[in-house]
Write a protein that binds this ligand. Structure first.
Ligand code: ASP
Length: 330
């Protein structure tokens, strides 16, 4: 029988009522008591590094989860991480860089309703996560509402209903129906597993809004080592305020900038319009193309944990990890 390590971190799935709303109280061991049949599927050990609403999960917790998996990697066949849904896509992206080429499944799951709630999605999601950890593909993935989504491609797209996550610019890997896995895409891991234990979490995200001025970019550049700018459409910068000069000067001082789009699907292409073309051609910035914002952010943190050299960052950013980027340039 397969051995699975369950890593509890909190989230709605583990939440109970408090006077101020739901808060994570149940441990992974207590969650398992709601799934008595799981012992027919696999042998589970439980650890509880955190009990947090995922709003409180930060890059240091991604490092903590990766460390737990590293220390127990050889002893288990797969890993199930119970996590809040709100920042699960960020954690999935972070773990996709901190743990690479894992032949063993590393499965994040959670729920929109607590496990004790009538009609909860918790039991199904947990059960599916264990089934996938036993019989699915290696690598970091989210199992939710019967879908398996690659860790670098997930985004929370519904705040309340059970279909919380979508796979962005990439197909769903598998569906799970009553414990049966229909694997559409397999991800063979050819190299040995590799763990990383550093990140530069000093990376920020700025969403452009109509009328925003360049002093806001300067404010963010003063605060962060790296900045993701979520632009409009395929990408560009407003020309009514001197965004171009602010970004150019900061990049020359060693700050790193990634341009991406706030449009949910199909990604960026800065070369299409005048508002993006000059920036792309003349300043050492990168663009996320078909990567999600969550993934671009986690990838820049991972790369800047190792280097601040522009050429090295460029090479690493455009080198695919766990199919995080498929299209980069024409
Ligand atoms: N606020 C919760 C969390 O992210 C939401 C959930 O788990 O669904 O921890």
């Amino acid at each position: 029988m397969k051995r699975i390590l369950m890593i509890g971190t909190g989230g709605t799935i583990a939440s109970d009522k408090t006077n101020d709303g739901l808060a994570p109280e149940l441990t992974s061991k207590q969650l398992l008591e709601f799934l008595p049949d799981i012992e027919k599927v696999c042998k589970v050990d439980c650890v509880q590094p955190y009990s947090l609403d995922s709003t409180n999960i930060a890059p240091q917790h991604w490092l903590g989860i990766a460390q737990v998996i590293k220390e127990s990697y050889d002893a288990y066949d797969g890993f199930v991480i119970a996590h809040g849904t709100d920042t699960m896509a960020y954690t999935a992206a972070g773990l996709s860089y901190l743990i690479q080429n894992s032949a063993k499944p590393i499965v994040l799951t959670g729920a929109q309703k607590p496990i004790w709630f009538d009609g909860t999605d918790s039991k199904r999601n947990l059960y599916d996560a264990f089934s996938y950890a036993c019989g699915g593909c290696g690598g970091v993935q989210i199992v939710f509402n019967g879908k398996v989504i690659l860790g670098t491609r997930a985004r929370k797209t519904y705040s309340k209903s059970f279909q919380a996550f979508s796979s962005v610019n990439y197909p769903t890997l598998a569906v799970i129906d009553e414990g049966r896995i229909l694997q559409y895409i397999t991800l063979p891991q050819t190299a040995p597993v590799k763990f990383y234990d550093t990140l530069n979490a000093n990376v920020g995200l700025l969403k452009l809004v109509p009328g925003i001025t360049a002093d806001v970019v300067q404010f963010m550049m003063d605060r962060y080592d790296g900045l993701i700018i979520e632009s409009f459409g395929v990408g560009g910068l407003p020309e009514y305020s001197d965004f171009y000069t602010v970004i150019k000067q900061n990049v020359e001082k060693g700050k790193r900038v990634i341009m991406t789009t706030q449009v949910p699907n199909e990604g960026s292409d800065l070369t299409v319009y005048h508002v993006g073309g000059r920036l792309k051609r003349t300043v050492d910035i990168l663009e996320a193309y078909d990567m999600t914002t969550e993934t671009a952010l986690a990838k820049l943190m991972w790369i800047m944990g190792q280097t601040n050299d522009y050429d090295e960052i460029e090479k690493a950013f455009y080198s695919p990890v766990a199919n995080d980027i498929l299209h980069f340039g024409n």
